[in-house]
Design a protein around this ligand. Structure first.
Ligand code: NAI
Length: 355
């Protein structure tokens, strides 16, 4: 498929290719839908194998941001940037200055910050060239790391899922498997332990797993073993696409909910989970805490407002589960309907002519 066909498939508005010879910057900004407002989305840095994978990732990630923003009531469109490069070896000051300068050229149509592979420090550099950067480190006057809020939102979302399925949001005594012990996964483990859960976890980076094991009563298993464990909840907090035909057959849990974006390899997998009566919590709702935090920065950051809105993700999920039951569809489809409905209604308001 050509690039325009790819864009037409989900209705993407714009792809912006950024290139700077001197710094070696190769980046793409994807803007999916700006109906609700200026576009807000993080910037991922990854050493993709091919150009096709760069474009595929930016298209999928930006689509997810439209949904996340719309369903959580944020007045932002959906977009994302990716930088094609190895985050361990290719980062330079010039690279992030060049990136920042391109972001500035978009004059606020696109506002960005950290994602996988990028840090607050990288964006302190980009912010020297652009005012359209959010989520800078708190020591530099920014609002700090979004993963704290994201992890709290995931925890609230799991309570809501438990309440829906088991009639109580109390997770005490439940066994939860956490995949990925990075910024979000490790903090989620803390919440789960505090709530009285038994936690079994894994990370491809063994040092990270062992570090967590030294601080918390968790059982560490290998990255492949993780799909075969008998548990109540499986929480994917690493890469997207982990729910596929193979892994879904193996999972022995009743709820799936975690921080990773685009957890379903494709929609058929969501239907397989529905048939197996595993409650899959839509990823773009349960992991929306980070977006809520950066969107609040745009308004003038109020930590208490962020906390309340993040806790509200539980109620939002409750609505989504009820709609799914009413329509007899999987919750991910009900979530998509909530997204479409908000965008359609707000777009219609925008058509009223003002003198
Ligand atoms: P991170 O990069 O800090 O952590 C990811 C962890 O997953 C790393 O420790 C990595 O070694 C591990 N990992 C990678 N592949 C794995 C595998 N197959 N099995 C086990 N572990 C594996 O990233 P972060 O910030 O914790 O984000 C995690 C996920 O949540 C990502 O998909 C991200 O896009 C998503 N997310 C993060 C938000 C945030 O505020 N940080 C907001 C919304 C979504």
């Amino acid at each position: 498929m050509g690039i325009f066909d790819e864009m037409a498939r989900e209705g993407h508005e714009q792809l912006v290719f950024l290139h700077d010879s001197e710094s070696g910057l190769r980046s793409v900004v994807g803007i999916h839908d700006s109906t609700l407002g200026p576009v807000l989305g993080g910037c991922r840095m990854h050493n993709y194998d091919t150009e096709e994978k760069v474009i595929d990732d930016v298209l999928r990630l930006s689509l997810g941001m439209t949904a996340k923003s719309a369903v959580t009531g944020c007045n932002h469109g959906g977009g994302k940037a990716v930088i094609w490069g190895d985050p361990d070896t290719d980062k330079t000051e010039a690279l992030f200055r060049a990136f920042g300068r391109f972001v500035q050229s978009m004059r606020g149509r696109f506002c960005t910050g950290t994602d996988m592979g990028t840090t607050g420090e990288d964006f302190l550099i980009a912010a020297q060239e652009s005012e359209w950067v959010v989520g800078l480190p708190d020591y530099a006057g920014g609002i700090g790391d979004t993963s704290v809020t994201t992890a709290y939102g995931v925890f609230c979302g799991l309570q809501a899922a438990a309440d829906h399925l088991w009639g109580s949001g109390d997770l005490n005594g439940r066994t939860v498997v956490v995949q990925g012990l990075g910024k979000v996964g490790a903090r989620l483990v803390e919440h789960l332990i505090e709530a009285g859960c038994t936690v079994i976890a894994s990370d491809v980076d063994e040092r990270r797993a062992r570090r967590l094991e030294a601080s918390f009563p968790v059982k560490i298993v290998g990255p492949e073993e993780i799909y075969d464990i008998d548990c109540d909840i499986f929480a994917p907090c690493a890469m997207g696409g982990v729910l596929n035909e193979d892994t879904v057959e193996r999972l022995k849990c009743q709820i799936i909910g975690g921080a990773a974006n685009n957890q379903l390899a494709h929609e058929d997998v969501g239907h397989m989970l529905f048939e197996r009566q595993i409650l899959y919590v839509p990823d773009y709702i349960i992991n929306a805490g980070g977006l809520i935090q950066v969107a609040d920065e745009v308004l003038g950051y109020e930590p208490e407002r962020v906390r309340l809105k993040t806790e509200g993700l539980g109620q939002l999920l409750g609505r989504c589960f009820s709609l799914a039951d009413e329509l007899d569809v999987p919750p991910f489809e009900a979530a998509d309907r909530l997204v479409e409905e908000r965008i359609r209604k707000i777009a219609k308001v925008g058509r009223i002519f003002l003198v």
